[in-house]
Ligand binder design. Sequence first.
Ligand code: HEM
Length: 409
Amino acid sequence: MEAVTYSTLSSQETLRDPVAFYARLREREPLTTFMLGPMKIWVIATTYEETVSLMKDPRLVKDGRSVYQEGEAPEPLQQYMQQYGETLRLLTQNMLSADPPDHTRLRSLVSKAFTPRMIEQWHPRIQQITDELLDAVQGRGQMDLVADFAAPLPMTVISEMLGIPVEERAQFRTLTQALLHDLVIPGQESQAMAAGGTFIASIRKLLVAKREQPGDDLISGLLQVEEQGDRLSEDELVSMIWLLIVAGHETTVNLLSNGALALLQHPDQIRLLQQDPGLIPAAVEELLRFTAPVVFAGGRMAREDIPFHGQVIRKGEIVYISSVAADTDPQEFSDPEMLDITRQENRHIAFGKGIHSCLGAPLARLEGQIAFSTLLRRLPNLRLGCEPESLVWNSIHNLRSLKSLPVTF
Ligand code: HEM
């Protein structure tokens, strides 16, 4: 197998079939490295058991500031921090970039809003949004499933939960893509940071408006917490909001579009679902496992030297852990390279594991269940509107996202 580079990880071939690629890495090269700008990154593609234990390993931390004392970080990292310091600081003051006790404090401020019980209250509204999106295209007989359905559905839902006005949503969607995509492409960091700066400024503007006119939404609730005392600083509030907007939609867009593509390529599975809609929850779990909406959980930094598979991950080095390799491990899943919506005991880790496991999992699951069941019920003749080989994926390594998905019905 050739050495892994950023280009291999983000190539169209890898993104077309990540299951085959990461299964091969797991078997032949579970620990490998590539350079992302000045930074050496370890890619870990290993067994289910090892992946779960790494995701819970306290030696792999999220907040790099706890690893280095002032001035101790390697030169390239210090330069990067100097160049983008303020924007980076604001973008990383949230739970996904924090370790306990900050992580525990930040997550507990919003965890109640995302419990399955609270999320179930959104069921009728999510159904309504889904139906409205399909009403708009039904007469046309064709659509781009990404732009017309998979993107607006979760973006509308998270925006309504947070209380983001309709006129601001398109800008947040564009900024999310610029930030997420450019941030991980070597050489594009300055564009990503510019998008990050605009994102932060727009959230600050939104907070001014919300302070004047609070609503019955998550941002207004968090503003109260911030104003009441020392549980949430204003910078942490800004960072929490950008995280919830970004994590709250981009990944679900991928579940809906990659999931629809996988189903369209497996008509036997669509027939099963149409015969027995009770299979929808299991189908969503299988699509999470099989379609890799998130290829790597967020990066982690080694707090100390960690020996692994005959090599040493040095203190301060960054690690990307592949959930796809784990989710296709034959020791955990029978016939892992097959899409089987009737799969029992599907303990996939598409939502991660350990303290950072996905806060929004109940919401993503509900959106997936409503989206797929409504699509198949209302558009029973759904077909791919192009050759699968002509589909284009965004060339990034950590999220598997389609640029567009033409379908007919
Ligand atoms: C199919 C959809 C989704 C997938 C596959 C997904 C996947 C993930 C994964 C793998 C992580 C762990 C990252 C790590 O360990 O570094 C994570 C964390 C997170 N997700 Fe999701 N996610 C999805 C939808 C959502 C939604 C709808 C929200 C809504 C708010 C959300 C909010 C978050 C947050 C806030 C975290 C950070 C949790 C923490 O650090 O404690 N996600 N997600």
